[in-house]
Design a protein around this ligand. Structure first.
Ligand code: SF4
Ligand code: SF4
Length: 178
């Protein structure tokens, strides 16, 4: 039987149902840091977020919150509703867009989240093995697979000019972990 395409929903969907089960864009799986605008630095400090300086090119730096984000607690953003960086408020991934738009089911999205977690964990273990000089043969394939998943589902459009070979802007949330 031919595969069926899920019907497009038209009723509003609360995307937080998905995000509360996911957290990949906050927990360090996808990104190394979350950039801040200069006007957000004081607010970030006031909620206790640790800050780092990121090279923004041409001799400039921006402030950022390192990931895994210290504000990501209990599976969600502990300052949600009080304050979040604009970068976070602006970000949506392909899974969330598809779920809210009705072209992806929650189950499909969560299956992809699990796949990404599994691959990211394999890459993390491989990197530890590589540091001991024992990288398994499949390590490059897993690293490449993680990159494919990131680009397919979690690409970020940023504010500054492109460094990405595909032409995407440098992520305001990123760059991705190695
Ligand atoms: S990666 Fe996407 S689905 Fe997951 S928490 Fe972030 S926006 Fe939500
Ligand atoms: S500030 Fe909140 S939404 Fe942004 S990365 Fe941290 S936990 Fe996630």
């Amino acid at each position: 039987m031919a595969p069926t395409t899920p019907p497009v929903r038209h009723e509003p969907v609360d995307g937080s149902v998905l995000c509360l089960e996911c957290g990949l864009c906050c927990d360090g799986t996808l990104f190394k840091h979350t950039e801040l605008e200069d006007s957000e630095i004081a607010s970030a400090r006031s909620v206790g977020a640790p800050l780092i300086a990121i090279d923004a090119g041409q001799g400039t730096q921006v402030h950022a919150i390192p990931q895994r984000c210290a504000l990501f607690q209990g599976g969600c953003c502990s300052t949600f509703g009080r304050w979040r960086p604009k970068t976070c408020g602006d970000y949506t991934c392909e899974l969330l867009d598809g779920f809210v738009g009705g072209s992806r089911t929650l189950q499909e999205c969560l299956a992809t989240v699990r796949d990404v977690r599994d691959v990211a964990e394999a890459v993390r273990r491989n990197n530890l093995d590589a540091a001991r000089g024992e990288a398994p043969p499949e390590a490059p394939r897993m690293t490449a697979l993680l990159e494919v998943l990131r680009r397919r589902y979690f690409k970020v459009k940023g504010k500054r000019p492109a460094s990405d070979p595909e032409g995407a802007d440098r992520p305001a949330r990123g760059p991705e972990t190695a």
